[in-house]
Design a protein around this ligand. Sequence first.
Ligand code: DAH
Length: 355
Amino acid sequence: MVAEDLEMSLAASLAAMASLDAAGLEDVRLQWLGKAGILTGRLKALGAMTPEARKAEGAALNDCKERLNQALSARRAALDEEALAARLERERIDVTAPARPEPVGAIHPISRTLEEITAIFGAMGFTVKEGPDIEDDWHAFGALNIPGHHPARAMMDTFYLNASLGNRPALLRPHTSSVQVRTMLTQAPPIRIIVPGRTYRSDHDATHSPMFHQTEGLVIGRDITLGHLKGCLIDFLRMFFGNPALPVRFRASYFPFTEPSMEVDIGWNRKTGEIGKGGDWLEILGSGMVHPNVLANCGIDPREFQGFAFGVGIERITMLKHGIADLRLFYESDVRWLRHYGAAPLSPAMLHEGV
Ligand code: DAH
């Protein structure tokens, strides 16, 4: 055959392929089929041949080219397969390996208290209401019978915003009582709601934080009395603290939005901090019969309806219940602290454990 002279070096190239990698294979391809390759040169030369010679040489060269290409792709496929096998070996997954322990989360004590309060009042037929953290001064003060010059406005150390809502100055609500107003304006009595939420005051020390939580309560109906207020709050406090005999005392006080107003105290031991015994009293929440002016401001006729309201600080009752001394710890996001004071996820709320 005319191209026989190529046979030996082609055979050598084919034999050498078995030990070549992808780059080596490319060198071989270029050596034969590149611009200056052996076969390329010979194929170019066909043009100058006689037809018979061209036919024989052409067939032989094509045969060489085909064998070369076949050998190249066979070796490439073998290399790919080797690489895949190596990778599978390297990335082998042991499905029987034991799972690495995941850190277990806990419910933050503030969230837990809010859950418990919701469960306790939910069982008494209350529903949960929310309102905006950014309020105007009428919803936060005016409608609640706290006029502009009233000392209660200064007492609350309110954060005013450099903005207004409607025509009214905007502020961060210093209490959840504003949601009383929003509810009465939009919902006809009977009303029975609690309002868990964030509140803000310019205050910061071991027992005060500029952002804290309150739960407001509001009950409005035709025949709601002070007796309902007392029964409701005594039940709540006894369930929350898990003590059916918890001493509870109502003490006359003053809030602009209630008349009469009462501070609610629970029995405790000042020295040991123990709740429920010891003969000392600890103030725990504010309450009263909703002031007729507030009802009227919110479009409810005070001759027809009356009711009671209360407000409780969530951080405070949580600190008391769990013996937490410094309120700032609530917001430090220290997981060691949370592991200690947090509650197990999905554990039943207090209601089922307590009274
Ligand atoms: N808004 C009061 C505060 O932030 C708490 C309060 C007291 C709410 C008496 C009430 C209430 O609804 O009747 O200190």
